[in-house]
Design a protein around this ligand. Structure first.
Ligand SMILES: Cc1ncc(COP(=O)(O)O)c(C=O)c1O
Length: 401
C-alpha cells in the first residue's frame, strides 16, 4: 500500500491517497456476497451464499410476531435478554450435557459474525498470532486483521479434509493467542472428530491458547457424524469460546441473532466489546429465540433429514456432470473440482456459470490465504428447496451438453 508523507491538507491526505483505514484497505469485499449480487443481476439460482429459500419454523415466526405485538421494542440487556440466555444454556445442557451459567457465560450478539469479531477483539491483542485452518469461512481473515492478529494458516487436505498434526503443532508458538475452529465446516463439510478436537485442545493447553469455535452448523450432520463442541473436551472448558447463532438451525439468516458461550472471565471481555459494537441483538427476535431453543428433538431430526436429501441430490448432480467433489459430513456446502470443465480457473468458471448457466457458485480461491490452493474448486451450497435444486441441476447439465 503506497504511503506518502503527512501534509496539513486533511486526514485523507495525511495518509496519502487512501481515504479508508489501512485495516479496511487490507481486505477485499466478501466474494460470497458479491456472488449473490451477481446472481441477482443475472437471474441465476444462488448456490453461492449459504441462506435457505424455504420458510422458518412457524412456532418461531409466531413468537417473533407476538413479541412485536407485545411491544418488545426497546433495548434488551446488552448481553442478551435473560429468558433467551437461559434457553441457550438449557439447550446446551440438553444437547451436550454440560451446564452453562446464563448469567456469566453467555453473550447474545448480532449473529455469529458479530460473536466472532467481538470475541477476537475481546480476547486478542494486536500482534498476537491466531491459527486458522484453510480453506476457511472468509470472514476469519478480516476478523483477524481487525483484531490486529497475525493469522497462521494450517491446511485441511482432502479426501477427509484433515490436518497434519506436525503442521498444526508447528503453527503454535509462544505468541499464539488462539485458534479458530469451524465444525461442521464451511466450505468443506468436514466434521472434526473427537480425536482431532483432543489434539487441538492439547495444543491449546500446552501453549496457553484460546479456541474460537464456530459451531453454527451444529445440527446439520450426516452419515452418523456427531458434532462435538470443543468446550466439552476435558481441559477446554475455560479456554473455549463457543460461537453459534439462530441463522442456520432455524433458517433465519436475516434475523441477526447469535451468541457466545465461554468461561466468565472470557465472557467479560466479549460482553464489553459487544456492548460498544452493537449494544445488543434485536429484542423481539430474542424472545423468538427462546422459543426456538425449546423446539422438540423431532424438529432437529427432521431438519437434518431434509438436509441429507438435499446433500444426496447435490452430490448426484455433481456426479452426473462429472465434477468430482468430496461428500460433506456436515453443513451444507461442497467443494467441487472444476479442472475438467475447460472453463479456466475458479473465478472464470464462476463467472461463466453465473452469466451463461445462471447458477451462482463461489470461487474456491476465496477460501484460502494462498489462492492457488483453491484455483480448481468451486463451492456449491445446497440449502435450497428440492425444486430449486432440481432447476439448478437442469441448468448445470448444460455444462456437458
Ligand atoms: C461458518 C460460518 N460462520 C458464520 C456464518 C455467518 O453467520 P451469521 O449469519 O449468524 O452471522 C456463516 C454463514 O454462512 C458460516 O458459514
Amino acid at each position: 500500500m503506497a504511503r506518502t508523507e503527512a501534509t496539513s491538507a486533511g486526514p485523507a491526505a495525511d495518509r496519502g491517497r487512501r481515504a479508508i483505514s489501512a485495516k479496511a484497505a487490507s481486505f477485499t469485499e466478501s466474494v460470497i456476497r458479491e456472488m449473490t449480487r451477481l446472481a441477482m443481476a443475472h437471474d441465476a439460482i444462488n448456490l453461492a451464499q449459504g441462506f435457505p429459500d424455504f420458510p422458518a419454523p412457524a412456532e418461531v415466526k409466531d413468537a417473533a410476531i407476538r413479541a412485536i405485538e407485545a411491544d418488545v421494542n426497546q433495548y434488551a440487556i446488552t448481553w442478551g435478554a435473560q429468558p433467551f440466555r437461559a434457553a441457550i444454556a438449557a439447550a446446551f445442557e440438553r444437547f451436550y450435557g454440560m451446564a452453562v451459567d446464563p448469567d456469566t457465560q453467555v453473550c447474545v450478539t448480532c449473529g455469529s459474525t458479530e460473536a466472532m469479531i467481538a470475541a477476537m477483539l475481546g480476547i486478542v491483542d494486536p500482534g498476537d498470532e491466531v491459527v486458522v485452518f484453510e480453506p476457511f469461512y472468509e470472514n476469519y481473515g478480516p476478523d483477524a486483521i481487525l483484531a490486529g492478529a497475525v493469522p497462521r494458516y494450517v491446511t485441511l487436505r482432502e479426501p477427509d479434509w484433515t490436518f497434519d498434526e506436525r503442521e498444526l503443532s508447528g503453527a503454535f508458538t509462544n505468541r499464539t493467542r488462539g485458534i479458530i475452529v469451524n465444525s461442521p465446516n464451511n466450505p468443506t463439510g468436514k466434521v472434526f472428530t473427537r480425536e482431532e478436537l483432543e489434539t487441538i485442545g492439547g495444543l491449546c493447553q500446552q501453549w496457553g491458547a484460546v479456541a474460537f469455535t464456530d459451531e453454527i452448523y451444529e445440527h446439520i450432520t450426516y452419515d452418523g457424524a456427531r458434532h462435538v463442541p470443543l468446550i466439552t473436551v476435558p481441559g477446554m472448558e475455560d479456554r473455549t469460546i463457543t460461537i453459534n447463532a439462530m441463522s442456520k438451525t432455524y433458517s433465519v439468516t436475516g434475523w441477526r441473532v447469535g451468541w457466545t458461550i465461554a468461561a466468565p472471565e472470557l465472557t467479560e471481555g466479549i460482553r464489553k466489546v459487544h456492548d460498544f459494537l452493537t449494544v445488543g441483538a434485536p429484542a423481539p427476535l430474542q424472545e423468538a429465540g427462546a422459543v426456538a431453543m425449546r423446539l422438540p428433538d423431532t424438529y432437529y431430526r427432521r431438519t437434518a433429514g431434509e438436509y441429507l436429501e438435499r446433500r444426496d441430490f447435490m452430490m448426484e448432480t455433481l456426479a452426473q456432470i462429472e465434477l468430482p467433489a468430496s461428500t460433506p459430513k456436515g453443513a451444507y456446502y461442497t467443494m467441487a473440482d472444476i479442472s475438467g470443465l475447460g472453463l479456466g480457473d475458479d473465478v472464470q468458471a464462476a463467472d461463466h456459470l453465473v452469466r451463461e448457466i445462471r447458477v451462482a457458485a463461489v470461487p474456491g480461491s476465496s477460501f484460502y490465504s494462498r489462492p492457488e490452493l483453491g484455483r480448481d474448486r468451486l463451492r456449491f451450497s445446497f440449502c435450497k428447496q428440492m425444486d430449486t435444486l432440481r432447476e439448478a441441476a437442469g441448468r448445470l447439465t448444460r455444462l456437458r451438453g
